[in-house]
Each structure stands twice: as structure tokens, then as C-alpha cells.
Ligand binder design. Structure first.
Ligand code: ARG
Length: 585
């Protein structure tokens, strides 16, 4: 079975052909959009503009005549059914039932697949927390969003490298090593907890600012570290190790597969690169620093070398973008961080362009920026006692709340005399973990990525609203119908599929719109296209259940097929968003 193709894309291609044939002198893109369901599935809007711009010259009296000409020029095809021309000039089409059935058959017989050509090599830089500090909610967003975009790109057939650009290098390690030597001399044998590390980090910074003698020792430690000194290197490695263990705990819970390639990786690339950029006149001296001035930002330059002669965040990102575009030969690089760093990345992209590593549209660089998570008071998200929220606590709370939700559902099922599934405590625990993680993720990704959002547990776990819990129930309901049917959907020939009721047709067509959602994400990197789609799909599914009984009906086989195809699309979407559904709730 081949990959799915977008219905919209195919309908549009037929209209593009018709426009070209009917109006060879008019250069216009086919304007095809989803139609008003009352009249059809898709609608072509070109007749109005063609009439306005060229109508008189071409001898047409009104837009409807233009629309008729477009309709007559539509090439022979097996997808378009009924075509209606409205007096205003809209050409509305319905997709043929036969065609829909065949495509749904494709979903049933194979995997849900989609291919985006040409195949590209993509680097996604995400998560990227800092060593010796705890991950904060901003890193949570980067981790969740980055992982999903990585999965979507991989699903489309691209070669994707998910890179964790951890902050594992810089002058702060000098002070930390020096401080640990004093305060925790045996830290290399008995590793501290990550939380303690954060405290040491704060204390070392304080010493650094207040004590000149400590400051010069810390600076020497940095020099030692940069020169690869044995003690400094091993101390640094140990510190990284402690942080890594904590990061990995979170990655495991969220099923994140990312390769660590921290700032330190690029360290040795920086000096020769700066040298080259200097020779080529891209990097210029200004107030003692080596700067790159870019068209994107006129107020500040990018600092290839700071005025104290050191390399900083900008230097590392210059080397990183060079490595990704020039050494790895990536066609597309995506950075997932909060919008606060937007300017920084636009300067990096500009610099890469000036250096000749980035030549759009051949290569593409995106900053996938996101807004901040706020508390109910619309201020920075804090705990009740005013501290920053620890990620692990947040995930724990999600699980605990999901567990409450499961328990009350089980109680209700038992009270109503129905079958209760999750009665075993072990199973309950596992389900709560899955639902909790999914709820946090889904709630995040359904937001418009670029706006701030208010964190709200109730909405996140609302079984009736647009939440992961709602989706889990929708999935489990399909599973329950399948179990009750006693039939394996895979044993029903896909030719049994019929679309007699409009609610069946609506559901089938909705399934086929999945590739359009993927295309939308590829275009603007907004993941809410997928969450919006899931919400619509599940509501269409509810409409189907309301109108079409599945079990014990003459249409049972056909309807079981529709349920199975829906389950497959749901499952694939869940995987892309990073969660695993439950068969029974
Ligand atoms: N460590 C940085 C932070 O916590 C994010 C790094 C993002 N990636 C990059 N290539 N600069 O803000």
C-alpha cells in the first residue's frame, strides 16, 4: 500500500489543470478551500477574481459564466462527483463515495503513511536544558514540542537528527568546580543530587561576585578545563553526569528520543571558524569584540568573540549552525526555544547566510518559538509558595490528578452496574501515568504555539472538553465496540465498506483529511493543526455513533471497518503527539 495523498491537493490539482486549459492567458493559482458542507466538500473561488480582472476582455458577462467554463474544463478524473456552480461563481464539488471508500481501504490495508518529497535531512534542536540547573517549564515546552515535530518529520520520511544542545560549557563551570572542591571535596566519589547541584551553583556565583581571590581561582579552573586538565575535566564530567541522570528521568517518562550534543561539542570549532570569518570580512572588530552585524537586528550585533576575548552563547551557536548546515549538510534546521530568543536565532540565520552556509530556499532555517506558561494570575507560572515549578513535581501532579479521574470513573461505572476495567491498582497506576503525561502534552500542543497560555489542571483533564482524556475515551470506546463485536476488523474485506448515511461519509472523509493536517504542519510548524483535527475527528465520530448503530445492524461489517480506520488514524496521531492510548478505561 502506498502513502496517503492529500484529498485537497488532488482536488486542487484538477482545478489547476482546468484553469490552465480554460484560461491559458491567465496566470492564477487554483484557490481551492474546504467548502460549506451544505453544498460540497471543496470549493474553487477563482471565477470571481478571473471575472473581475479579465472577464470583459474574455467576453464573459458574469462570474457564473466563468465558473461554468472552469467546470467544463475539469479533466476526466475519478475523484470528483457532483459539481455545483453557484450564481456568485463558486464551483463546489463533492468527492465521490467510491473514491472515498477506496482510499479508506488503503488505510485499512496498510499503515497510515505519508511521504513529503523531496526527502530532506533535518536537524531539530530541542529540549536543551542547562547542566547544573533544573529544567524549567520552558524546557518542558521545548521538549514536548520538539519531540513531536521530530516525530512528524520522521513520519514524513525525512532523515531527522534530534539534537539536545545542553548548556554544558562556559565560565560557570570554573566557579562550580572551584566551589565544589571546597564545599563538597569528595563529590567525585559521592555524586550530589541535582537539586544540591543547583544550590552549589547559586552559592558559587555568590562567592564569585563577592570574593576576588575565589574569582581568580575560578578563572584558573576554566583555563584548566579548556586546556583539558585532568582534574577539571573529570570534575566537569561528574557534574554533567548528575544533571544528565535527572534529565533522563524526565525524558524516559515523556518517551523522548534525543541525541545529546551539547555546547562543549562545538568548542574546538570556534577559533578556526572565527578566524575564517575574520579573513572573509564577515566578522569585524567593534569595541574590542569580534562582531557580525546582520540585517535582521540593527540594534545589536552577534558576538563571535566577546570583548574579554572569551566565547559565549553566540559563538557556540555560530559554530553549531555551521556544523549543521555545512558539515552535516542538513537541508533544514529547526530550533525550538521560547520566543525570548527569537532575535538571537534570526541573527544566527543571517550570519549563516552571509557566510554562505545557508541559501534559502535550498536550505531552510526556522526558529520554532513559543510563548510562556502562566499561572492563573497571568504571571509567571509559580508554585503556591512562589517558587519556580519543578518539572518532576508538575508531572507527578498530573499523574496524581489523572489517577483521581480514573478512580472516580471506575466508581461511576460500578455504581451504574456497568463493566469497570481499571480496578487493579497496578493497572490504575500505569493508566494514570499514561493519561497524566498525555494530558500535559496535549494541553500544551493544542495552544497556539506563539502565544502565552494559562496552565489549568481542570481543563487539561476535562473528560468532556478538548483534552487528552477525552481522546483516550474515544479510542477506548472504539476498542470496546471491537471487542463486543467478536470480529477481528482485519478479517473483514475492505470492499464491504459502504457510505450510506451522511454521518458515515463525514467520518470517512474526515479520516482522509489527515494528510492535509500534516501538510499544514510542514508549512508553518504549528502542531495545533493536529490537535484541532483530533478534536474534530472525535466529534465527527460521536456524530457517527449517534446516527449509526454499529453492532447488530445490517451495516455492522462496514461500520466496523470505519471504526478500525478511525482507530488507526487516531493511533498514528497519538504517536506523533507522543502518547500511547489505552484499550480499556
Ligand atoms: N540552553 C538554552 C536555554 O536553556 C537553550 C539552547 C537552545 N539551542 C541553541 N542552539 N541555542 O535557554
Amino acid at each position: 500500500m502506498g502513502p496517503l495523498r492529500s484529498v485537497h491537493g488532488q482536488v486542487k490539482a484538477h482545478f489547476a489543470q482546468a484553469l490552465h486549459d480554460a484560461f491559458p492567458s491567465v496566470q492564477q493559482d487554483a484557490a481551492v478551500v474546504k467548502g460549506n458542507p451544505k453544498y460540497g466538500d471543496y470549493q474553487c473561488n477563482n471565477a470571481m477574481t478571473i471575472f473581475k480582472e479579465h472577464g470583459a476582455g474574455l467576453g464573459f458577462k458574469n462570474p457564473m459564466q466563468v465558473a461554468e467554463a472552469i467546470r467544463s474544463a475539469l479533466p476526466a478524473n475519478d475523484i470528483l462527483g457532483e459539481i455545483t456552480v453557484a450564481p456568485q461563481g463558486f464551483v463546489t464539488v463533492k468527492v465521490k463515495e467510491e473514491w472515498i471508500c477506496r482510499e479508506v481501504g488503503q488505510i485499512l490495508q496498510g499503515d497510515v503513511e505519508y511521504t513529503d518529497l523531496p526527502r530532506k535531512r533535518v536537524v531539530v534542536d530541542y529540549s536543551s536544558p542547562n547542566i547544573a540547573k533544573e529544567m524549567h517549564v520552558g524546557h518542558l515546552r521545548s521538549t514536548i514540542i520538539g519531540e513531536s515535530i521530530r516525530r512528524v518529520l520522521e513520519f514524513c520520511g525525512h532523515e531527522v537528527h534530534g539534537l539536545n544542545h545542553v548548556g554544558d560549557w562556559g565560565t560557570q563551570f570554573g566557579m562550580l568546580i572551584e566551589y565544589m572542591k571546597e564545599a563538597y571535596p569528595n563529590f567525585q566519589e559521592q555524586l550530589p543530587e541535582v537539586h544540591d547541584l543547583q544550590e552549589f551553583y547559586k552559592a558559587s556565583k555568590k562567592r564569585f561576585d563577592e570574593d576576588a581571590e575565589f574569582k581568580s581561582r575560578a578563572q584558573l579552573a576554566v583555563v584548566d578545563l579548556q586546556a583539558g586538565g585532568v582534574f577539571a575535566t573529570s570534575a566537569w564530567q561528574k557534574i554533567c553526569e548528575v544533571s544528565r541522570v535527572a534529565f533522563n528521568r524526565i525524558y524516559r517518562r515523556l518517551d523522548i528520543s534525543i541525541e545529546e550534543r551539547g555546547e562543549s561539542f562545538y568548542n574546538s570549532l570556534i577559533p578556526p571558524l572565527v578566524e575564517e570569518l575574520k579573513v572573509r570580512g564577515i566578522c569585524k572588530e567593534s569595541e574590542g569584540a569580534m562582531c557580525i552585524f546582520t540585517p535582521s537586528v540593527s540594534t545589536i550585533p552577534l558576538m563571535a568573540v566577546k570583548s574579554d576575548g572569551g566565547f559565549g552563547y553566540d559563538s557556540t551557536d555560530l559554530a553549531a549552525v555551521y556544523h549543521r548546515l555545512f558539515v552535516m549538510r542538513a537541508d533544514w534546521v529547526i530550533y525550538v526555544t521560547d520566543l525570548g530568543q527569537e532575535q538571537h536565532f534570526h541573527m544566527i540565520f543571517d550570519a549563516a547566510r552571509q557566510a554562505g552556509w545557508h541559501s534559502p530556499p535550498l536550505t531552510r532555517c526556522d526558529h520554532m518559538g513559543f510563548g510562556v506558561i502562566q499561572g492563573e494570575d497571568k504571571k509567571k507560572f509559580k508554585t503556591r509558595s512562589g517558587e519556580t515549578v519543578k518539572l518532576s513535581d508538575l508531572l507527578d501532579e498530573a499523574v496524581q490528578r489523572a489517577s483521581q479521574e480514573i478512580k472516580s470513573r471506575v466508581e461511576e461505572q460500578q455504581k451504574n452496574g456497568g463493566e469497570a476495567f481499571l480496578t487493579d491498582p497496578k493497572e490504575q497506576e500505569d493508566a494514570a501515568e499514561k493519561i497524566g503525561m498525555a494530558a500535559v502534552r496535549y494541553f500544551d500542543m493544542k495552544q497556539n504555539r506563539t502565544t502565552n497560555y494559562v496552565f489549568n489542571w481542570d481543563r487539561m483533564l476535562d473528560a468532556k472538553g478538548n483534552s487528552a482524556v477525552f481522546l483516550f475515551y474515544a479510542y477506548a470506546r472504539i476498542r470496546s465496540i471491537q471487542r463486543k463485536s467478536g470480529t477481528d476488523a482485519n478479517s473483514i474485506p475492505s470492499t464491504c465498506l459502504e457510505l450510506k448515511h451522511p454521518a458515515e461519509r463525514d467520518l470517512a472523509l474526515k479520516l482522509l483529511q489527515f494528510p492535509e493536517v500534516i501538510e499544514a504542519i510542514l508549512a508553518d510548524l504549528h502542531l495545533h493543526h493536529l490537535t484541532d483535527y483530533l478534536w474534530e475527528l472525535c466529534n465527527t465520530l460521536t456524530g457517527f455513533y449517534m446516527n449509526c448503530k454499529v453492532l447488530g445492524e445490517a451495516a455492522q461489517s462496514s461500520r466496523l471497518l470505519l471504526c478500525e480506520a478511525t482507530r488507526k488514524v487516531l493511533l498514528k496521531s497519538f504517536q506523533l503527539l507522543g502518547f500511547t492510548p489505552l484499550d480499556k478505561i
